[in-house]
Design a protein around this ligand. Sequence first.
Ligand code: HEC
Length: 177
Amino acid sequence: MLKTTNNSILKNRIAPICFVGVLLFTSCKKDKAADGIDKELFDLAKATTGFVWYKNSDTLLEKSAGSSHAEPFLKTRYNTLAATQLDSMGKVKSDAVFPEGSLVVKELFDNATTIGRYAVLYKKAASESADANGWVWGYINSDGTVAESATKKGSSCINCHSQSNNIEYTLMNKYFP
Ligand code: HEC
């Protein structure tokens, strides 16, 4: 009798501990520190000089209805090479073909001041992680952990970014005309 009681006390204590342990383990596993191509994209995304903002404005935009991202605000910038495909209003030209080396960084904000994550499009056809069109898809948390590795070649991104009225897989023009 005493034995049974002890056992059930033990079970009640241990089960929750194991559960928390499993949660910690899986979350650590999911968001590990960026290395390789993800680290490269993180460093490229964090640099801020030489970029042009979408519509020439760094005002935070409220996420569009088409966005699957959790963060409520965003703003998007283009490095010098990518900016060659913007018109004078700072919108992507309708016939844009982004040259090799183009970098498009969408900063995703948790609130008005804090960047939670970077979503990145990097034209680098030579990369092992490039998709069939030469784009590398990066998704990195602002603490340097990986939300979705670029080695997956945008497998969770491309479908949505291939929707009607994309411009070379970019969607800013469609949702922020
Ligand atoms: C369900 C649709 C959807 C999915 C999935 C998605 N995106 Fe997006 N993405 C958007 C929309 C819509 C925009 C336009 C801005 C906004 O509303 O967030 C956008 C904008 C972007 C931009 C800014 C450049 C532009 O004009 O498109 C980048 C970079 C980007 N996404 C990267 C990614 C990456 C990397 C993934 C996968 C890890 C991804 N997206 C998955 C819908 C999606």
